[in-house]
Design a protein around this ligand. Structure first.
Ligand SMILES: *Cc1c(COP(=O)(O)O)cnc(C)c1O
Length: 476
């Protein structure tokens, strides 16, 4: 035996049998998901198993798989389950699972070089250009999630204004760079401003109308006010599908405003952008095709297993200039493995990168945009159905208009906030359903984001029944 060979199986047939068993176990787990509680908290003795000391001696794969089955698989997040409606979580698909396994097998490093993984990533970029009406000169890049994609967009927007100098010496404080978005924007936009060193105080947030969409006139006024005071507006961020309400900012007017002001127009389309796959919903995204950059996730409405965020930038060359560096160990060749004219590492901060493109390729290849678009439409229909069911009953009231797939609601009556909170917690503990909680007008409200392609009308009916039962138990 040569050194190191211990890390590959001695007995490949034994390994094959175990691997097949593990895969079968996960297939059964997904297939029977609706027979189990949405979420099961891990008991203390289970958690204690993961406070063990660093092992010097290995265990067998069979032992590790046994621990997985007993102590990990039953206590996962719950987002595979059709009654999981909390936050904005994708459910994944069995196809995506297989793709992840294959991608782990290839173990490709998609930072660069001349290999097929990079070609597959380019294929996804090509598809997304078509989905969003972006030109051939645009660039696409996989990142962990929309938080990261938004961060890169802030950096590219700043580079677009200030050029190379900003990479060497940062932005002069005297410029007073300012970005603009809505009060309903995701917290990661402010965080991106912090990480970029511009500071979250330099992100101005305009109020929204009753539908949760930003008021463009307020943005315009803020920009004018800042210019008059000698600040430098550089970025306007719209949201296609706000995290709280699923609202859509007026993207056409925002694109006009950004064009008039000559500032970068970025759209956070974390979950909402993929509504582009639905011919019925796509018109709601009008204006998105005019963005300078779009951030979105395949792991939400696209049902690709975590994680798969994406940034699409109209001016791909600008993105490259923001990040590219010349290090001797990354020298490009005209031929061989070090060749290739597209190295993803030139377009963002990640050098070593996994093959995220493969699970997206499998998902889109197998389902096509039609089935994915239909499943997105279905979740919106279910959200409207949920809102309708709740409005018909006596115990609950819907707190905000439903635009896409998110319903915010709460108990009727005086000071319902604390009761909404404990109702959500009780539902989680009962395993019946997993909505989440958010704040609306200073009050905790129940929030359901129907993202899961497994959720059906019966699940909504069961959910309403569970809500009513829980509310009645508390009242009684
Ligand atoms: C989920 C979400 C984000 C953050 O995306 P991650 O993939 O979790 O990093 C940003 N914006 C909106 C609107 C979101 O829904």
């Amino acid at each position: 035996m040569t050194a190191g060979s211990e890390l590959d199986p001695d007995d490949w047939e034994e390994f094959r049998a175990l691997a097949h068993e593990a895969l079968d176990g996960m297939i059964d787990h997904i297939r029977t998901v609706r027979e189990r509680p949405v979420w099961t908290p891990a008991p203390a003795e289970i958690r204690a198993r993961f406070a063990a000391d660093l092992p010097q001696k290995g265990a067998s794969l069979a032992e590790a798989l046994e621990i997985f089955d007993e102590a990990i698989k039953p206590y996962s997040t719950g987002n595979l389950h059709p009654a999981f409606m909390g936050w904005v979580h994708g459910a994944g698909t069995p196809v995506g699972m297989v793709a992840e396994m294959l991608s782990a097998g290839l173990n490709a490093n998609c930072g660069g070089r001349d290999h097929i993984g990079v070609e597959v990533e380019r294929q996804i970029t090509h598809w997304m250009r078509q989905a969003f009406g972006f030109p051939e000169t645009s660039a696409g890049l996989f990142v962990t999630g929309t938080s990261m994609a938004n961060f890169l967009a802030v950096l590219i927007a700043r580079f677009a204004l200030l050029g190379d100098e900003v990479r060497r010496s940062g932005a002069p404080a005297s410029l007073k760079l300012r970005a603009y978005t809505s009060e309903a924007a995701h917290g990661c936009i402010a965080q991106a401003m912090e990480m970029a060193g511009i500071g979250s105080d330099n992100l101005r947030r305009a109020p929204c109308g009753p539908d949760g969409a930003v008021q463009v006139e307020a943005l315009r006024a803020m920009i004018a006010e800042d210019r008059a005071r000698g600040a430098t507006p550089f970025l306007l961020v719209g949201t296609a599908g706000t995290v709280n309400l699923g609202a859509l900012d007026p993207l056409i007017e925002m694109a006009d405003l950004a064009a008039q002001e000559k500032i970068w127009f970025h759209v956070d389309g974390a979950f909402g952008a993929l509504a582009a796959f639905s011919p019925r919903l796509a018109p709601l995204l009008k204006g998105l095709e005019r963005a300078d950059s779009i951030a979105f996730d395949f792991h939400k409405w696209g049902q690709v297993p975590y994680s798969a965020g994406f940034l699409l930038t109209r001016d791909g060359a600008m993105q490259k200039k923001t990040f590219v560096s010349s290090n001797a160990y990354l020298t490009r060749a005209a031929r061989g493995l070090a060749a290739g004219d597209f190295w993803p590492c030139d377009y963002g901060p990640d050098l070593s990168r996994g093959f995220q493109a493969l699970k997206v390729w499998f998902t889109i290849k197998v389902f096509g945009t039609e089935a994915l678009g239909r499943s997105i439409e279905d979740t919106c229909d279910l959200a409207f159905y949920l809102a309708q069911r709740l409005s018909e009953g006596e115990k609950f009231e819907v707190k905000a208009p439903v635009t896409l797939n998110i319903v915010c609601f709460g108990l009727r009556g005086e000071n319902p906030g604390p009761r909404n909170r404990s109702l959500v917690e009780n539902l989680h503990l009962s395993g019946a359903a997993a909505p989440s909680l958010t704040m609306l007008n200073g009050e905790p409200v129940i929030r359901c984001a129907v993202v899961n392609h497994r959720t059906r009308r019966e699940d909504i009916d069961d959910f309403v029944a569970a809500l009513e039962k829980e509310a009645a138990a508390r009242a009684g």
